[in-house]
Design a protein around this ligand. Structure first.
Ligand SMILES: C[S@@+](CC[C@H](N)C(=O)[O-])C[C@H]1O[C@@H](n2cnc3c(N)ncnc32)[C@H](O)[C@@H]1O
Length: 274
């Protein structure tokens, strides 16, 4: 492991805004197939034990360096924000900023999104942001907007709570819309190009923009968003209310994989590894 990563991991231990529970504490080894979780002491206690208030809690899942979590926390002091990611070296940046700038309404949780039911009680979360999630072209059940993940979110999202997906991946955007449609979830807003630059020549036609986009969609840009924008990718957005059991989508994987074309995967670029 690199010296810089070790330094960040050591400094992470000093940040009170960063919770780094061991997976052994929440994943039960039962010998039975499937994931078996046990509750973490923070479950249902984030307001009282971490923020010291009962204001609404918003999660950013796969937050990376925490750009969205930090920017939302600075804009909305009457709400609490928690960035979740498994990579400690990325979380270090957000946690350091929050610590140095004494931002009381932002925190970070280092864990897998798959384990979140162990950390959040029913109704404890008001909103979820998915920002530039990996489209997981080969593994539908690993997509953070798949029925498998939406079922998990519904176990801690408050009734009427919103899921926002902002992504450069037209594939993930269209897949998510198909899940939402199959599940009959209300769509609050949707856009295939939030900056209205125009889709690239040859791109499949997009549905017209629907609903009013929250201003933060274009006001805040994450680390990955800036890289994708520099490469000329349109940025998409969809917000919906997952109420009830999610359904398998009617989605043409092959067509949309082809439409995705040679999209760059920055997470696999050696010089960008975190
Ligand atoms: C493409 S990066 C985007 C980071 C950030 N949202 C941004 O826009 O700059 C995706 C992030 O999701 C995290 N991630 C992916 N799957 C995850 C999972 N199942 N649990 C926790 N983190 C995950 C990765 O570690 C990575 O930091």
């Amino acid at each position: 492991m690199g010296h810089d990563k070790l330094r960040k991991f050591a400094e992470n231990e000093t940040f009170s805004c960063l919770k780094q529970p061991s997976s052994e504490g929440v994943v039960l080894r039962t010998g039975e197939p499937g994931l078996h979780l046990q509750d973490h002491p923070l479950k249902g206690r984030w307001g009282a034990d971490v923020f010291g208030n009962d204001r609404p809690i918003v999660l950013e899942l796969g937050c990376g360096k925490g750009d969205y979590t930090v920017a939302l926390a600075e804009r909305f002091p009457s709400m609490n924000f928690i960035g979740v990611d498994i990579k400690g070296a990325r979380l270090w940046k957000g946690a350091k900023y929050v610590t140095e700038n004494k931002i009381a309404n932002a925190a970070f949780l280092r864990t897998r999104v798959e384990f979140l039911e162990a950390f959040f009680a029913p109704g404890e979360v008001a909103e979820i942001w998915l920002t530039f999630s990996d489209p997981q072209l080969k593994s539908p059940s690993s997509r953070l907007s798949s029925p498998e993940f939406l079922r998990r979110y519904c176990r801690f999202l408050a009734p009427g709570g919103t899921v926002h997906l902002k992504t450069d991946s037209r594939f993930l955007h269209e897949y998510t819309k198909a899940v939402v449609k199959a599940s009959d979830y209300p769509v609050l807003a949707c856009s295939a190009d939030v900056y209205v630059k125009g889709l690239p020549a040859g791109a499949p036609p997009a549905a017209p923009q629907q609903g009013k986009l929250p201003p933060v969609v274009t006001e805040i840009q994450t680390f990955y968003e800036k890289m994708f924008l520099a490469e000329g990718y349109p940025i998409t957005y969809v917000a919906f209310t997952p109420c009830g059991e999610p359904a398998a989508p009617d989605f043409d994987e092959k067509f949309w994989k082809q439409a995705e074309g040679g999209r760059r995967s920055f997470s696999h670029a050696p010089h960008k590894k975190q």
